[in-house]
Ligand binder design. Structure first.
Ligand code: RUQ
Ligand code: CUA
Length: 629
């Protein structure tokens, strides 16, 4: 047999397997054609199907997924929404990037939201996490960090758009980010990873590493302003919160404060820093802080010996930090050590009261394999840890690991599953909340290598869906993704209430409407051109397939703002405004108002058109800007 024959055989075998996999669903479809099935018939067949084969990852066309997955987009700078378990990509939310479909980064509204960083067109988003009430997702906000430009952004989940963004002062590279879980998300917490001089003004001590610090950052989730920062020893990596509203914990690699790789990995142990929220808040109230770099953000001193923090030594360069959903443990993932360190949250009171030594808070340190990076949990006491170097997920039982630590002879490892390849984060359905349900696990693999058709030297990553509802983990789906989902989280759809139409006067564009009022324009009824010196504001409505103005006239060199209000009341009828040859593009959702500002620097006739397909006469939805020389 020639090589070619072999490979074609292989394809046929794989297709046969696929047919088996989808066989039951195909039958369901055939049944529906022969005699329309009732919802109850569907449900009972689906149930039988599920009990035979564990969770089914196949979601029939037209059926809805059970979960929303929120994915970070890494150095693409965005956030993506996937349906779980189908892994269908539902939406992209531009955040730190620029997006021509929605006009994010181009519109006046998005520039206002981006604020002092509106001029930055790039970002590196890592950790999307949803706001919570009593340790459960509340469907209100998703927060995300930008490591590249030290920012934190918030997404409003009713409209699925970014509505706030701040640049964190006194730090460089915001990395680990989580939310306060209990009693609710009053604070978003995040780590400044790269240590820098305090102050970092270029005047003194740039080469004196002793003045370098890394800060823990606490942000008010509603105002999106910094509440306070805490200076630590070493630098910080990932973080998480407890289920009591008392403690936050962050991993620290490079406790050596090395400035190059060799220096950063000399120490056999680094640490986990635990922060007492009550003590930090009291210190801020009592004025026990300093300010730096000419801003007035309170910076507390949480270095070793401080009453605000405790340092728990753990093996070499820990990375992920994950709280178990029963609220009992912080798990620090070893990275350069084959172990994870299990910290008893119950013992932290005693640690802060100096009744026990830091290492006494560690109640297990199971050896799992090479390169443990992140851990997720089910609702049955099991943990799932990614092993980057082994390209595996280790499923282990937490109580058994504790028993083994106490000298009992038990095997805490339940299973190791190959993943493809080199996983970073993983995440279980609702696994970072009290609602952890032990159904699905996502492994975010950094490499896909041979898993997909080759697409040139740059390959997709591979987000794998794993069924964890039974005793054994089962790989059920490969999902290629574009650079680079670092982290994700999975929210049950019952938690989400996204809007179908924009509310009129929504805060997202309230400033634009306020300007219209000052101009004497009612955007919901009028199309009108207002001249204000060299500035021209062009207000127009849109109703498929018409703009409120089929033309308007400006002078060469004018600063033009086009404000479009979409009066369509129909779900899913979005219009766009695109001015040819000007780099001007934006989305206007139903009942929304959006605006964009540019210079009319080309004389003559300049066509504008609707760039979101809205109607059979969408192509005809256009008009002319006359620019007089
Ligand atoms: S990190 S691969 Cu940016 Cu979350 Cu661990
Ligand atoms: Cu309006 Cu296309």
């Amino acid at each position: 047999m020639s090589n070619e024959d072999k490979s074609s055989n292989k394809v046929e075998l794989e297709n046969a397997d696929r047919r088996k996999f989808f066989g039951k669903t195909a039958l369901l479809g055939a049944g529906a054609v022969a005699a329309p099935m009732t919802a109850a018939m569907f449900a009972s067949m689906a149930k039988a199907n599920a009990s035979e084969a564990g969770n089914s990852a196949f979601v029939h066309p037209g059926d809805l997924d059970e979960y929303y997955g929120f994915w970070s987009g890494g150095h693409s700078g965005e956030v993506r929404i996937l349906g779980i378990p189908s892994m269908r990509e539902l939406m992209r939310i531009p955040v730190f990037n620029t997006d021509s479909a929605t006009g994010w980064g181009l519109t006046d509204e998005s520039k206002r939201i981006k604020g002092d960083s509106a001029h930055l067109l790039a970002g590196d988003s890592h950790h999307p996490h949803m706001s919570m009430t009593d340790g459960r997702y509340n469907g209100k906000y998703v927060f995300i960090n930008d490591k590249a430009n030290s920012r934190v952004a918030r997404i409003r989940c009713d409209i699925m758009k970014c509505d706030k963004m701040i640049t964190i002062p006194n730090v460089q590279a915001i990395h680990g980010l989580r939310v306060q879980k209990v009693p609710h998300t009053k604070y978003v917490i995040c780590n400044g990873e790269f240590e820098i001089p305090m102050n970092n003004d270029g005047k003194s001590s740039m080469r004196d590493v002793d003045t370098y610090r890394s800060l823990f950052n606490v942000i008010d989730a509603e105002t999106m302003e910094i509440a306070f920062q805490v200076m630590v020893d070493g630098n910080l990596d990932n973080t998480d919160a407890d289920y009591d509203g008392k403690y936050f914990a962050s991993t620290c690699y490079n406790s050596e404060m090395g400035m190059n790789l060799g220096e950063m990995i000399t120490a056999e142990r680094d640490h986990v820093v635990v922060f007492s929220l009550a003590r930090c808040e009291a210190a801020v109230k009592a004025g026990k802080f300093k300010t730096y770099n000419g801003n007035n953000v309170p910076v507390l001193d949480g270095r070793k010996g401080s009453e605000l923090t405790r340092y728990i030594p753990v093996p070499k360069s820990p990375h992920g930090m994950n709280t178990s959903p029963n609220g009992k443990y912080f798990v620090a993932n070893g990275k350069l050590s084959p172990t994870v360190s299990v910290i008893s949250i119950k013992k932290l009171d005693a640690l802060f009261a100096n009744k026990i030594k830091p290492r006494d808070a560690i109640i297990a340190e199971p050896e799992l394999g090479l390169g443990p990076l992140h851990t997720a949990f089910d609702n049955k006491g099991n943990a799932y840890t990614t092993l980057f170097l082994d390209s595996q997920i280790a499923k282990w039982n937490v109580e058994d690991a504790i028993a083994a630590h106490n000298g009992k002879k038990v095997n805490y490892i339940r299973q190791k599953l190959d993943v493809h390849y080199q996983p970073g984060h993983n995440h279980t359905s609702a696994g970072e909340t009290r609602d952890a349900d032990g159904k699905w696990l996502i492994s975010l693999c950094k490499f896909s290598k041979d898993r997909f058709l080759p697409v040139g030297p740059l390959r997709p990553e591979n987000d794998q869906l794993i069924d964890i509802s039974g005793d054994e983990m089962k790989l059920v789906h490969d999902g290629p993704t574009y650079a680079e989902p670092h982290d994700c989280m999975i929210v049950h759809r019952s938690k989400m209430k996204p809007l179908k139409l924009w509310p009129r006067n929504d805060p997202f564009f309230a400033e634009t409407i306020a300007q219209a009022k000052k101009d004497g324009v009612d955007v919901y009824t009028q199309s009108k051109v207002i001249r204000d010196g060299k500035k021209v504001r062009v207000y127009m409505t849109s109703v498929a397939p018409n703009f409120g103005l089929t033309d308007f006239t400006v002078k060469l060199g004018d600063e033009v703002t086009v404000i479009v209000t979409n009066l369509d009341q129909v779900e899913d009828v979005t219009h766009g405004f695109c001015l040819t040859n000007h780099g001007v593009q934006m989305e206007i959702g139903p009942q929304a108002t959006a605006s964009i500002t540019f210079t009319a620097d080309k004389p003559g006739v300049q066509w504008y058109y609707c760039n979101w397909f809205c109607h059979a006469l969408h192509m005809e939805m256009r008009g002319r800007m006359f620019v007089e020389a």
